[in-house]
Design a protein around this ligand. Structure first.
Ligand SMILES: [Mg+2]
Length: 211
């Protein structure tokens, strides 16, 4: 079975105070390709950019992430990168993209990556979306409250992953040919719209007493 490599190498160390003294924090988990950065479309479905030069964020993503962070949400990226496990992409290129992503969106607290090729359907890797492992690992390490958290993504795997982790989900609908399996809480047309919906929830306005 292909073993899933964890994304720890690109994650900064977690300070003991990260969980905070006021209890567990909520998070916004974010898919990467097609959610934060523009996908490359092939046969009506989205795929990852091939190199750092192709890695471009959708307009408004850094500002929307800053608002979510300022409202009190931990920002965690959760991304399947099966091309590494399949031998058609190098892990170094993926890590370079994530260095770039951290430069563009410094509020991102953690990037969880699953490199599993995803070929063993009988024994799926517990960290490969739609399995919830990446979200559960981040929640454990960062002290996150999943019941108050969200997952934003553009494919059925993101929505199923969020539901299996017990978070609420926002689906960005680009009209891809694939169908959803589970129903999300909200369907939107962009990441910035997803962020607006989360920030408009009454609970979000109570999160950060300083704001
Ligand atoms: Mg995606």
């Amino acid at each position: 079975m292909g073993k899933c490599l964890h994304g720890q190498a690109v994650n900064p160390p977690v300070s003991p105070s990260a969980a905070g003294s006021l209890g567990r924090r909520p998070a916004v988990f974010m898919d990467r390709d097609g959610t934060l950065n523009l996908p490359v479309i092939r046969d009506g479905n989205p795929f990852a950019p091939a190199n750092v030069d192709e890695f471009r964020l959708f307009p408004g993503v850094p500002a929307a992430c800053r608002e979510l962070h300022d409202a009190g949400y931990a920002l965690v990226v959760a991304t399947n990168q099966p091309d590494v496990g399949r031998g058609t992409q190098s892990q170094a290129v993926i890590e370079a993209m994530h260095d770039r992503l951290r430069q563009l969106v410094p509020e991102i607290e953690r990037i969880e990556v699953c490199y599993s090729p995803g070929r063993d359907e009988a024994q799926p890797d517990p960290r490969r979306k739609p399995e919830p492992g990446m979200l559960l690992d981040a929640a454990r390490d960062l002290g996150l409250d999943l019941t108050r958290s969200w997952m934003i993504g553009d494919r059925w795997r993101d929505i199923d992953c969020g539901q299996r982790a017990g978070v609420r989900t926002v689906f960005i609908d680009f009209g891809y040919v694939e169908q959803l399996h589970a129903q999300p809480e909200f369907i939107v047309k962009s990441f910035t719209e997803a962020a607006r919906i989360i920030l408009a929830q009454p609970e979000s306005r109570k999160l950060n007493p300083a704001s």
